[in-house]
Design a protein around this ligand. Structure first.
Ligand code: PFF
Length: 511
């Protein structure tokens, strides 16, 4: 495949990771996020415990890794942000990339808020600022969340860490692909691993840890016949591997040509799952201790998400020997894991703006991050932030990420018939041979399974409106947000590419 001088120049300007190792660390940084630490342990516990490993592995091998191959192939072959890679494949598919960009923009707005809370809590751990009632402290004193609704009273305890998170983010993003994104991963990921290992060891030494692990790993084999359990496994794998966001398309476009992409995908996928299991062990050891200390069953204290991090964990910190250290390690790990994921979703948006408008790194960074930071600051340092976050998160994960993944698989497989070309690209330098099984998985099996997951979610959301929110809030921050990203995405395809962005170069030959 030959390249033109224009393409080479364009590519040199976009930025490159200095090595495959940096790319792999950045991809692991994206994949290992809050989902691994606060979502996986509870999803596994709730869906069969030890028996969950089977649907989880099936989902990883039948959908997660194959879809990761697809995103790597798209970005690496077509060498562009999500919209540019799709546009180079076929002009008709560009909108899929913008849809992902929209989803990423929205997620960045609230993910930054969670990272900011975790940052506060890392410091609050030392003085156990939450006192005897962490629940009342988090929702009341810390977030000052009142009744669901919209309010404009700034909460300084959130505003200050959020400003700090955005300040650091803007600097890192402005530094570019290798010096900003790559270097952050190279520094943060080993520190995260060490901090988290220290946390797991400390948690395992707590009395009652064994009971927690028993609760997590005790297999409930009958769960395997429940379709809900299988749906949970597929949902977890997609979220956890950061696929369907356009992140992996963007990152792989910064990888030098002639690189083993399939081997890289295996390393990233297995490292992410390894971290999930480690997080399961750490979190459930701590929950086992909590259950023993309060004389209840582990099931009574097991939770996930915000409740686990900001309510259950502070309670554990109150009881545990050397609790301040335990709290610091936990929240510090959340900050590191969340931050590298946040960098990756912002990169999706910045890269798209840069490609489309041929603008400098600094300008694209500012154009993206300043509005995003402002929305995040206004939305989440006020008392209504929590409710909006919960609704947006619920809807966008389902009707953003999963939906975009299914649609893109179908379009690539059946609409523009891109899979054979992408398969050949992967096989040029890949260490894992990609054959007909991959095409069968991407074009038939995975879309059917994910389609089933989505339809189930849709029925649930319609039958039982999510949470206890007023209808107008669900409508505005849930449905309207999910539709808005789609509409804005397709409108952005109307803007022409700049003359110096070669669209008709690489990969057009299969059309
Ligand atoms: N893989 C990430 C996680 O497990 O948390 C998913 C993710 C969420 C990536 C949010 C990026 C992001 F901003």
């Amino acid at each position: 495949m030959s390249t033109t001088a224009g393409e080479d120049l364009h590519e040199a300007n976009r930025g490159l990771f200095s090595s495959r190792r940096v790319f792999i660390l950045a991809a692991i940084g994206s994949a290992v996020g809050l989902g691994n630490i606060w979502r996986f342990p509870y999803v596994a516990y709730e869906n069969g415990g030890g028996a969950f490993i089977l649907p989880y592995l099936v989902a990883l091998l039948s959908a997660g890794i194959p879809f990761l191959f697809l995103e790597y192939a798209l970005g690496h072959k077509h060498r562009g942000s999500a919209p540019l890679s799709f546009a180079r494949l076929s002009r008709r598919t560009e909108g899929l990339g913008w849809w992902q960009v929209g989803v990423c923009f929205m997620i960045a707005v609230y993910y930054a808020a969670v990272v900011a809370w975790a940052l506060s809590y890392a410091f609050l751990s030392f003085g156990r600022a939450w006192g005897d009632d962490p629940d009342a402290y988090f929702f009341g004193d810390y977030l000052q969340a009142g009744e669901p609704g919209v309010s404009l009273d700034f909460v300084p305890g959130v505003l200050i860490p959020l400003l700090a998170v955005w300040g650091v983010l803007i600097v890192i993003m402005a530094l570019g692909v290798q010096n900003g994104v790559g270097r952050t991963a190279v520094i943060f990921i080993p520190i995260l691993l060490l901090a988290f290992l220290a946390l797991v060891i400390q948690a395992l030494l707590l009395p009652g840890a064994g009971a927690g692990l028993d609760a997590l790993f005790a297999p409930n084999w009958s769960a395997l016949t429940d379709p809900v359990v299988w749906a949970a496994a597929y949902g977890q794998i997609f979220f956890s591997l950061s696929i369907g966001f356009g992140i992996m398309i963007t990152y792989s476009s910064y990888v030098k040509r002639r690189t083993d992409m399939t081997g890289s995908a295996m390393v990233v996928g297995l490292s992410n799952s390894g971290f999930e299991i480690l997080a399961g062990i750490g979190v459930f050891a701590a929950l086992g201790f909590m259950a023993q200390a309060s004389g209840v069953a582990v099931g009574e204290v097991a939770t996930s998400g915000i409740g686990l991090a900001f309510v259950a964990f502070p309670a554990i910190v109150n009881e545990a020997p050397a609790g301040a250290l335990l709290g610091f390690l936990f929240f510090f790990s959340l900050v590191l894991a969340g931050f590298t994921s946040l960098v990756s979703i912002l990169e999706v948006v910045i890269s798209a703006v840069r490609d489309k408008f041929e603008t400098s790194r600094l300008r694209a960074t500012l154009v993206v991050t300043i509005p995003c930071a402002l929305i995040s600051l206004i939305g989440f340092s006020t008392a209504s932030g929590l409710f909006v976050l919960d609704i947006v998160d619920h809807f966008i994960n389902r009707f953003g990420i999963l939906l975009v993944a299914v649609v893109s698989m179908l379009v690539l497989a059946w609409g523009v018939r891109a899979l054979p070309g992408l398969r050949d690209h992967l096989n040029t330098d890949g260490s894992v041979p990609v054959r007909g099984w991959w095409i069968a998985l991407i074009s038939v099996v995975t879309p059917i399974v994910l389609g089933f997951v989505l339809v189930r979610e849709l029925v649930t959301v319609i039958q039982e409106p999510y949470g206890e929110y007023p209808q107008w809030m669900l409508f505005t921050f849930g449905w309207a947000a999910a539709v808005l990203v789609l509409v804005v995405g397709f409108l952005l395809t109307r803007i022409r590419w700049r003359p110096d962005t070669p669209i008709h170069g690489r990969g057009r030959e299969e059309e």
